[in-house]
Design a protein around this ligand. Structure first.
Ligand code: FAQ
Length: 309
């Protein structure tokens, strides 16, 4: 019965075994994973849009090639994670419908605009940096397909993070205008990147996700880890550190001010600067690509009939 199944399931989790698609799992575990994995996949796909905005305006051929490769990697991550989520019994079509109807979420960060070329570097440095901090522990997530997908994804995100940082390093060695542009990108994107880790622990009931080992660390723990890693990198770039971010000798961590959680929830609920624009772009892409999918299906059907004949 269910109580016995649940006890056995938890014992496997506690013994650090992976749960695989055909194994028994509580409905809540399945539901939480579909929610988180689909949200993650949507983030990868919607995350292509702010960067796509700069492909035609990248400053050099080399930068353009790197940017295109990075965006293509994000598409790969999205498809990879959708496939992983499908092993839980929800189709990709359903997940995409839920995104387009506004039922499913994607990371708040992608509802902020990329206004200058420095923003593109800052996305690599800060957004991919935050993503890795969050995703390295997901390589040990209890659900096998998600954990395994994260290994490759993290390797690629790590390259993305470095290329973003390197492009900013080049800019801070440039003209005053370039330096100013980097500072401005940092000032605008630093706080939203901290919001990627989700609401503060104080808002949360003790997490079932932690008990199931979907999450290994709390939102605040990972956020702190990211701040501690990022501030020295910002200093190396010669950037002015935001007010209120100070090293604390006693805790051996950076203190930082409370984030603007009203802004966070407004963006989650769809009221960010770019929410409408992002969703409209995704809907348009799906609508305009319908004929390609239909043609591919018709072709596959024709091949099947020919092979059977
Ligand atoms: N945005 O109870 P918690 C990238 C929601 S980009 C929107 O703490 P949980 C690559 C949350 O879903 C990053 N919604 O929830 C890239 C929940 O909603 P519910 C993609 C948020 O799940 C880089 C509610 O608030 N990575 O990788 C956000 O335990 C550059 C309560 O929150 C992932 O998605 C948010 N920031 O922890 C691409 C990581 N935060 O239950 C292009 C996977 C929270 O009401 C360019 N996800 N919510 O429906 C996770 O690790 C977790 O879901 C957390 C949230 C940590 C985000």
């Amino acid at each position: 019965d269910d109580a016995e199944n649940e006890a056995q399931f938890q014992a496997r989790i506690d013994a650090e075994e992976f749960i695989e698609p055909k194994d028994w799992m509580p409905e809540g575990y399945r539901k939480t994973l579909v929610r988180q994995m689909s949200q993650h996949a949507h983030s990868e796909i919607v995350g292509m849009l702010p960067e796509g905005n700069w492909v035609t305006r990248a400053p050099t051929l080399k930068r353009k090639m790197i940017l295109v490769a990075k965006i293509q990697d994000e598409a790969g991550h999205g498809l990879y994670i959708y496939s992983g989520a499908e092993t839980l019994g929800t189709s990709r079509e359903q997940m995409v419908d839920d995104l387009h109807s506004g039922k499913a979420k994607y990371s708040t960060i992608f509802n902020y605009p990329t206004m200058t070329w420095a923003d593109v570097g800052a996305v690599g440095w800060l957004v991919d940096g935050a993503a890795i901090t969050n995703q390295i522990p997901l390589c040990r997530c209890s659900y096998g397909p998600y954990a395994r997908a994260m290994i490759r994804v993290c390797k690629e995100e790590s390259f993305h993070q470095r290329q973003g940082y390197e492009s900013l390093l080049a800019m801070v060695k440039g003209t005053d205008a370039q330096k100013k542009m980097v500072q401005d990108a940092f000032d605008r994107l630093f706080w939203p990147s901290l919001m990627m880790f989700g609401p503060p622990d104080s808002d949360q009931p003790p997490s079932q996700n932690m008990k199931w080992k979907i999450k290994r660390f709390t939102n605040d723990e990972l956020r702190q880890r990211f701040v501690d890693a990022t501030i020295p990198q910002a200093e190396f770039l010669g950037l002015k550190i935001p007010e209120g971010v100070v090293w604390n000798e006693d805790t051996n961590h950076y203190d930082f001010p409370e984030l603007d959680w009203d802004e966070f929830w407004a963006v989650v609920k769809g009221d960010g600067v770019c929410n409408d624009d992002r969703l409209n772009s995704r809907r348009k892409a799906i609508d305009e690509g319908a004929w390609v999918r239909e043609a591919a299906e018709a072709y596959a059907e024709k091949q099947k009939i020919q092979q059977a004949a």
